[in-house]
Ligand binder design. Structure first.
Ligand SMILES: NC(=O)c1ccc[n+]([C@@H]2O[C@H](COP(=O)([O-])OP(=O)(O)OC[C@H]3O[C@@H](n4cnc5c(N)ncnc54)[C@H](O)[C@@H]3O)[C@@H](O)[C@H]2O)c1
Length: 258
């Protein structure tokens, strides 16, 4: 199976790429290994510079540009889309909306500001990025959007994070389905990935016992490795996945089976 575009080198835009243990970084590495160029986006400027350097170290010769911004900042998103278009990077062929934050508060303690932020980063961000970059894909004649959801969207929480996260990640499924229908006429596919528990640093403050308990609750008895989620993102962006659109790709070790 090939992970390329079939139409030459394209740039993959990957958000949430700054954490060296995160899904976004591993997705960037996998794209680079498959011959794609990269535009990396994250709020964490220092982490992003380190991530870009780490991708270059692992895949010498890869074209990488890094842009530090908040995915909820519409002006910054529009500006970066313009910078990418004007840069020496190849035409954008894929957008992976991976940046996200959890929601620690239980429903009865959830504040309006936490609700707003969780919705903004996890749901509005993918909307803004997609609207900014999809026109470049249409012009370039090849396009894939993959949005990060979560098993939490499917069973209403319970793995980690609570109601506002479940609502935002369920919103991502609706965004994905709507975009898939509307963009099909342009040959752009849009899919969502819904992981179960993945071994990254997103669960800030979580101790070893909690992490072991999370793994024990998974039918396959382990957490996913970020590389496994990354491979799914990149495959959904390649030419062989051309007939898959509007779907939710579950990757959860059997945590949620429907
Ligand atoms: N780790 C899991 O168990 C798991 C499970 C299901 C879904 N997810 C989702 O996967 C995605 C990646 O999570 P991860 O586990 O790699 O976590 P992570 O914390 O390692 O990565 C998230 C990245 O997003 C960035 N980010 C946060 N807010 C941002 C903003 N406003 N603008 C730009 N960048 C921002 C962070 O700086 C960080 O680099 C998230 O959307 C998360 O909700 C994670």
């Amino acid at each position: 199976m090939s992970f390329n575009t079939g139409v030459g080198t394209r740039t993959a835009v990957v958000t949430g790429a700054a954490s060296l243990r995160g899904i976004g970084f591993h997705t960037a590495v996998r794209f680079a290994q498959e011959g794609w160029a990269l535009a990396l986006i994250d709020l964490n400027e220092d982490g992003l510079a380190q991530a870009a350097a780490a991708v270059r170290e692992r895949v010498p010769g890869v074209q990488v540009a890094a842009f530090a911004l908040d995915v909820t900042d519409e002006t910054a998103v529009t500006t970066v889309a313009g910078k990418v278009a004007a840069s020496e990077l190849p035409t954008v062929g894929a957008l992976c909306n991976i940046a996200g934050i959890p929601s620690p508060s239980s429903f009865l303690e959830l504040t309006r500001s936490e609700w707003d932020r969780v919705m903004a980063v996890n749901l509005t961000g993918p909307f803004l990025l997609s609207q900014a970059f999809v026109p470049q894909m249409i012009d370039g004649g090849y396009g894939r959007v993959v949005n990060m959801s979560s098993v939490t969207a499917q069973h209403g929480g319970g793995v980690f994070s609570k109601t506002s996260y479940a609502a935002a990640k369920a919103g991502v499924l609706g965004l994905t389905r709507g975009m898939a229908r509307e963009l099909a006429e342009h040959g752009i596919t849009v899919n969502a990935v819904a992981p179960g528990v993945v071994d990254t640093d997103i669960r800030v403050g979580s101790d070893d016992d909690t992490e072991r308990a999370l793994a024990a609750a998974v039918p396959l008895k382990r957490q996913a490795r970020p590389e496994e989620i990354a491979a799914l993102f990149v495959w959904l962006c390649c030419k062989d996945s051309a007939y898959i659109t509007g779907t939710t790709q579950s990757i959860n070790g059997g945590t949620y089976v429907a």
